[in-house]
Each structure stands twice: as C-alpha cells, then as structure tokens.
Design a protein around this ligand. Sequence first.
Ligand code: ZN
Length: 256
Amino acid sequence: MAWSSIKTTGIVLTVSPFRESDRRYRILTPDLGKIDVIGRGAQKGMAKLAPQLEPFRILSLEVVQGRRYMTIISAELKQRLSGLHRSFDARLLASSSCAFLDRALQELGGRDAIYPELEAWLNFLDGAGEIPRRERLLLYGGLLLRLMSHLGYDIEFEHCTSCRTSGNDPFWHPAYGGVVCADCRNKDRHRWFTAERIDLRVLDLMQAAQQLTYEDMFVLTADRTIVKQYTKCIQDLVAMHVPGYFRAPYWEGVLV
Ligand SMILES: [Zn+2]
C-alpha cells in the first residue's frame, strides 16, 4: 500500500484517551467534514504534537488514512485564540459548542458551511471577554439556530408551516419546524395537539438571533420570561431534530 498523507486545516472539537497511551481527536475540517484521528503515544514527536492538539485552536494538520484509523502525523498552530483562555464565559461557550458539534455531526457528516460558522464563532468568542448569563443564552441559542439551518433545518418564524399565511396568533410546533396559525390549529387539533401558543416577541428574538452578527446580539433587549421561552423553543427544536443530541437542556452547559 502506498502511503498517502492528507493536508488540511482543522479545529479540535474533543479529545479523549484511546487504548493505553494513545489519544483520539475529533476534528472539524473545512474540506473533510468531521474526522476522527488517532495520535499515537509512542510516535516520535508526539510530545511536541500533543500540546498543539488542544480544543479551540486553528491548526494545519497532516493525517494518514490507514485501513482502520486515521493517524495524525503533524500539527502546526495557525491561530491560538488566546482570548478564549482568558475568559471563563467564552471558554464555556466554546467547549459547549464543540461538544455539540461532535455529537450532532456523528450521523449528519460534514456540511460545507459548518466549519466557517465555527471558525467565526470562536473568533468572536476570542475577543468577547466576559459575557453575562443572559447574553450567553442568547448567543448560544443563536449559534444553534444557525447550525440547524446549515444542517438543513430551515425554521419557519413568520409563515404558518401548513397554510403559509402569516397570522398574528401563532402557535409553535418544534416537530414541524416552526409556527402554525390559529386557524390551521383549530381546524385540525389532532394533528397540532402539541402546538403551544407563542409570544411574537419570542419569534422576533429567535429570528434576530439567527440573523444578526454575534457582536450585534449584545444590543438585543428581552426580559426574563421571553428569554426563558426562547431557550425552551430552541431546546425543543434541537432535541427533536438533531441526532445524537443529549436530552439535557443546552443552557446547562453555558450557565455553570
Ligand atoms: Zn395556517
């Protein structure tokens, strides 16, 4: 067999021990999607390689595809994102999002837009400094809505998912991916029995969180009740549609 190495860029999502002295890295790349690579403990130079292979760093990588495993043979730092190591809040958000992607991409595979989204998100967090609780919830919810859209779930905030009209008395139905109007819901209560009335301000907030830049999300205003409904709606969407997602609510990871 001829050895062929692959060069790529990547961000380490998670690291775990593998066998006695090896490590297993889940890495998101722009061209190969998510890859699962092994770092061999006995490998010459691994002592130099391992410190680079920490989560949330942007790396230049070289990997070799073996019959069963992909092995990493070189890793160079492209961008350190050291602001993430100075802000506890930013690190919390970064590690939650990397763990989320590790699980969510298990079955869905890599999608072209996911890597740039993660890189932009980490760059934003790198310069964000301290992030208050409320903003952490809004930002992470916004990231999840964007990732869902990249994974093919276009969420409907304005038009009824059944009749396509925009009504003023919307209900929320996570399984159908958005709002349903009161008329449709009343006509077929059996079909829409889990739909719940939703405040228009919550819909506006979700839409803004999906569309604004992360920096601009700091100017969003919303009171506690609206933020609470916002997080619940996003949690329901993710739990309903994203494979491999744990049932624990996403805010547990970002409010410690
Ligand atoms: Zn309708």
